[in-house]
Design a protein around this ligand. Structure first.
Ligand code: AFP
Length: 341
């Protein structure tokens, strides 16, 4: 894998890394390479705007609500537009889906449609915008499986069919972490030269894990299984060393920390709304891409009963409970839920 064999001190740009990965697929046409590069470029543009959020009129809400019933913030809209416009005319993508839009986003008729499907959560953690806390963009790419210019069916593919997935983290520095199914690599944006440089080659979730991440304010709404699991994570069961809790409330930030330090993020189903006992997070835009990355780094993603990557999505904005991170910790969640419900 790239990064393992390279000389220390060698500078590997994301462009070089993506191209070198492509060269191990003789049948590759370069389309995916360019699509990933377009996403990296969109990430740079979004990062430059998030960094200035407190300084410009962009900070604040538009006053609209999105289809999830959340207030739309200007930065969300900017990130959403940037990702769409960066990919609508290239001939690489057949259609897109965004967490911010109710329906699929076809490529405008004046542009050619390509062979890939791109789904994204443009600015995850947006309720943190006003507080200068990390935000992220999550993306996932599939092959188009229908004929013509694509349809909803192309978006509702199982996570087992992911071609590539990743995220951008807008934190103390901007990072891009992605996988094409050959391990996970992380790149840090050098703002001086405007390039993503390979900083975290061949990421594996380390053992033993250090953290658990959950919104404990919801504890009273959790099932017995999730309560028992949390007590186990805290070391309240005999013979178990407790983990530290860390929770940002921006999924990308929480996931990223656990990817590098070892740990589990979970957002379980809860009974706050008895009509909606399937958790908060979206299967297509959040759970599948991050579970794919976790698995590529030696971890696992689960809804508490089955592997997230084995779920057949039914709707574009389907929600799911999510347990993701270190494999052993996710398997323990499944065991507790199976035992106690
Ligand atoms: P926002 O984009 O509305 O801030 O939601 C963020 C998010 O989808 C995900 O990034 C967090 O992990 C999770 O929701 C936080 O939810 P709680 O605020 O309920 O803990």
């Amino acid at each position: 894998m790239l990064g393992e064999t390279d000389q220390p001190g060698q500078i590997i740009t994301i462009e070089r890394h993506i191209l070198e990965e492509q060269s191990s697929f003789p049948e590759a046409t370069g389309t995916l390479t360019n699509l990933l590069y377009d996403i990296a470029l969109a990430g740079k543009i979004i990062a430059s705007r998030t960094n200035r959020a407190g300084l410009t009129e962009i900070l604040g809400r538009t006053g609209d609500t999105n289809i999830q019933g959340e207030q739309v913030q200007k930065l969300d809209r900017f990130a959403d537009d940037t990702l769409f416009r960066m990919n609508d005319h290239t001939g690489r993508v057949a259609l897109m889906g965004s967490e911010e839009h109710e329906d699929i986003l076809p490529i405008p008729a004046k542009y050619p449609a390509g062979k890939y499907v791109l789904l994204y959560d443009p600015l995850d953690g947006s309720s943190n915008i006003d507080y200068n806390i990390c935000l992220g963009t999550i993306f996932v790419i599939y092959h188009k499986i229908t004929t013509g210019r694509g349809s909803l069916e192309d978006c509702l593919q199982k996570g087992r069919r992911v071609v590539a997935a990743g995220y951008l983290l807008y934190g103390t520095s901007t990072m891009l972490v992605y996988s094409t199914g050959r391990g996970v690599n992380g790149f840090t944006l050098d703002p001086a030269v405007g390039e993503f440089l390979l900083s975290h080659p061949a990421i594996r979730i380390p053992e033993p894990p250090s953290y658990y991440s959950v919104n404990q304010g919801n504890q009273k709404y959790w099932s017995r299984g999730v309560q028992e699991y949390t007590a186990w994570l805290q070391g309240q069961k005999p013979g178990v060393r407790g983990l530290s809790a860390r929770y940002v409330g921006s999924l990308v930030a929480d996931f990223h920390r656990n990817l590098l330090a070892g740990g589990v993020f979970y957002y379980p189903a809860d009974t706050r709304d008895r009509e909606k006992t399937h958790g908060k997070l979206r299967l297509l835009y959040e759970a599948i891409p991050l579970s794919f990355l976790a698995e590529q780094a030696g971890g696992r993603g689960s809804d508490g009963g089955q592997n997230i990557l084995d779920i057949a999505p039914q709707t574009l904005h389907q929600r799911t409970p999510l347990f993701v991170g270190s494999r052993a910790l996710v398997e323990q969640a499944e065991a507790f839920i199976q035992k106690y419900g």
